[in-house]
Ligand binder design. Structure first.
Ligand SMILES: Cc1ncc(COP(=O)(O)O)c(C=O)c1O
Length: 402
């Protein structure tokens, strides 16, 4: 039997593969700590959970409108107004089953076979696969560490071909934590406008920004060419509830609604009720608590990592990841094996130091690892200790051995 040519080209999520290996080791009783996951280690805020429980008890257990409850669309629009001064109404918002689903809907709404989507690397692992699922062709564009791994207007323009349909802007970025400034977004928007290219603006980490840096969206400059995608998974520690949304023109929202009406219908009614509570002003305190704690870990970890010889990282302005340059360790021998690349380094770190990090290869840029600080401070401190021991004694352990 011949299976789908398109879908057999889709690879499984590499971050989940590392997590699976970590879980297997944990099950075997090994003392391992994961810094590989992309979800907050906090519980969903109590008022949000209660709203879900109330929804069940009050019978919010039926199909909802495909785009989601009107009330939910309103509170999402209110947040976009509060954070970005962007005017959207119920004609522009579609609620889906998580940001991943919203991204898939967005690409299905705009792509035709052969259309190219520019993806700045390092990129979140699912972007190329989602583009392929929607019949598009991912075009990976390398960025530079000197520009904090943010694509410049020149890099963007140089990558445009007659087939370019869209660019993905992910700010704050997974895996680098980089945040685009308003000026940077304006120059990217000018290129997009000139060449009639859509911007898919993934803002799922938008609530986790540190220092005095402000969240900005490219939609400010090209509202008609931008599809904002976001959700509550990260901001409200609601990864399991599966609520995401798109904010777009009414025309695109209608196409997304049509697609969704034949695939998943609506997002879970109970999760929608909880999300209404999450988007309310009254939940901002919980988000702020998480942000403050992430910031505390971020500052500690950046400092600690830069004290370890052979590795370095910049202090990112957003998300909850550090993008660590490990090129200084490559070519060295640790615990009997010479480490050729960041993938092998992560394997050795898991086996010999008991810490799970995600290799840069997964994000299209070898020579780096992603360290998620969505982990307790106690575990982060242990992780730093283990990495330090690995780097400083790993080689010696082997030498002493022979
Ligand atoms: C950049 C980025 N976009 C989207 C998602 C998916 O979020 P959701 O859980 O809402 O589908 C993730 C999750 O890791 C992410 O890192």
């Amino acid at each position: 039997m011949i299976l789908s040519r398109k879908n057999s080209a889709i690879s499984s999520s590499p971050t989940l593969a590392i997590d699976a290996k970590f879980k297997a080791m944990k099950e075997q009783g090994k003392d391992v700590i994961s810094f590989g996951v992309g979800e907050p280690d906090f519980d969903t805020p109590q008022n949000v959970k209660q709203a879900g429980i109330d929804a069940i008890n009050q019978g919010w257990t039926k199909y909802t409108p495909t785009r989601g409850f009107l009330k939910l669309q309103y509170v999402i629009a209110a947040q976009l107004m509060r954070d970005d001064r962007m005017v959207y109404d119920e004609g522009n918002i579609v609620v889906s089953n998580g940001t991943k689903h919203s991204l898939t809907n967005a690409f299905m709404a705009i792509l035709n076979p052969g259309d190219e989507v520019i993806i700045p690397a390092p990129y979140w692992v699912s972007y190329p696969e989602i583009v392929k699922i929607a019949d598009g062709t991912p075009v990976i564009v390398q960025t530079s560490e000197a520009n904090d791994f943010k694509i410049t207007a020149a890099e963007f323009e140089n990558s445009i071909t007659a087939n370019t349909k869209a660019i993905i802007i992910n700010s704050p970025c997974n895996p680098t934590g980089a945040v685009y400034t308003l000026e940077e977004l304006e120059s990217l928007a000018n290129v997009a406008k000139k060449h009639k290219i859509f911007a898919i603006s993934d803002e799922v980490y938008g609530q986790f920004i540190y220092n005095d840096v402000k969240h900005a969206t490219i939609a400010k400059f090209i509202p008609y060419e931008t599809i904002i995608v976001s959700g509550v998974s990260k901001s409200h520690a609601m990864t399991g509830w599966r609520i995401g949304y798109t904010a777009s023109t009414a025309e695109i929202a209608q196409i997304i609604e049509n697609i969704q009406s034949h695939t998943t219908s609506n997002a879970s009614s109970i999760s929608q009720a909880a999300a209404i509570e999450a988007f309310r002003r009254s939940s901002l305190g919980s988000v702020e608590q998480m942000r403050t704690e992430f910031n505390r870990r971020r500052l500690y970890l950046v400092d600690a990592i830069n004290k370890i010889s052979g590795i370095s990282c910049k202090a990112p302005d957003g998300a909850f990841y550090l993008w660590v340059n490990v090129k200084g360790l490559l070519g060295n021998t640790y615990y009997g094996s010479t480490i050729a690349n960041s993938y092998e380094l992560c394997e050795s770190l898991l086996e010999n130091a008991g810490i799970a990090l995600v290799p840069g290869e997964c994000f299209g840029v070898p020579g780096y690892v992603r360290w998620s600080y969505a982990a307790s401070m106690e575990n982060i401190e242990k992780g730093v200790e283990r990495l330090t021991t690995f780097v400083t004694h790993g080689e010696k352990t082997f030498v002493a051995h022979i």
